[in-house]
Design a protein around this ligand. Structure first.
Ligand SMILES: Nc1ncnc2c1ncn2[C@@H]1O[C@H](COP(=O)(O)OP(=O)(O)O)[C@@H](O)[C@H]1O
Ligand SMILES: [Mg+2]
Length: 248
């Protein structure tokens, strides 16, 4: 560790990573994040958009406290639980869907679990084991599991990647509703600009590795209140900002 600190209790999520290096195969340090700064108000949804391999998963792991070998500081929005949806669903294979939720959230009532399963259209799959689920259903189960613990901060790593477009759209809509209802601080990592626009209040556009935030955009009427016209305009703005990021 290199002067890293991880604190709770701030009014917002604050990330200030001066650098994060991994050792490359030849043993030399490979810089993944540099001068990475991001703040997100408590209760807001942020989306981090960046190219593949730029350091997005590394960023989420640092925020989640799973990787403390970085130089800089991360302050979480408030004391409370953290929910994480990984790129792969990572369900317990020997437990059925509802037990995966119960184990992750022992304090959740049966009514709460039933309501979440219903909301994410998993009701008829509650007794199924992860090996019996399609990728789309497993992703739903992973989102339900993260939400069952009522996290103060929800982190999602490319939650809809490799789903077909209509299914991704449906799940995005469900997630947008949940973000709106539960008002938890949420940070979604994606490489899809449109997905970011449809889910977030604030969008952070990253450079290639080593990643830093090069531009940010606010969505004034987010999620269900977002018109197609406004989404198209934001997408054009985001693409112009991404094109202006110098390639390294
Ligand atoms: N544990 C690790 N050891 C060495 N290099 C790593 C490790 N994890 C990630 N990397 C490297 O860090 C870079 C960023 O990875 P990652 O954060 O997974 O990117 P993204 O999620 O944006 O696709 C990549 O070049 C990757 O190879
Ligand atoms: Mg990743």
């Amino acid at each position: 560790m290199n002067g890293a600190s991880h604190a709770g209790g701030a009014a917002r999520l604050e990330v200030a990573i001066s650098h994060k290096d991994f050792a490359a195969a030849d043993g030399r340090p490979r810089r993944v994040l540099e001068n990475f700064e991001l703040t997100l108000a408590a209760g807001a949804a942020g989306a981090v958009v960046g190219p593949s391999g730029c350091g997005k998963t590394t960023l989420l792991r640092i925020i989640a406290g799973l990787d403390r070998a970085f130089s800089g500081r991360v302050s979480l929005p408030e004391h409370g639980r953290l929910g994480m949806v990984f790129q792969e669903p990572r369900l317990l294979p020997w437990r059925n869907v509802e037990d995966n939720l119960r184990i992750a959230a022992p304090q959740a009532s049966e009514e709460e679990i039933a309501a979440l399963l219903l909301k994410l259209e998993l009701d008829e799959h509650r007794k199924h084991f992860p090996g019996e689920l399609s990728l789309g259903l497993a992703r739903r189960a992973a989102v339900a599991r993260a939400l069952a613990a009522k996290p103060a901060l929800l982190l999602l790593d490319e939650p809809f990647v490799s789903l077909d477009a209509p299914l991704a759209k449906e799940l995005r809509g469900e997630l947008a509703e949940l973000i709106e209802e539960q008002q938890m601080t949420t940070l979604i990592v994606t490489h899809d600009v449109r997905e970011a626009i449809e889910l977030a209040d604030e969008i952070f556009l990253l450079s290639a590795r080593p990643a830093r935030v090069c531009a940010s955009l606010s969505v004034r009427e987010p999620r269900q209140r977002l018109s197609k016209q406004a989404a198209d305009a934001l997408e054009a703005q985001a693409r112009a900002a991404l094109d202006a990021i110098p390639r390294r």
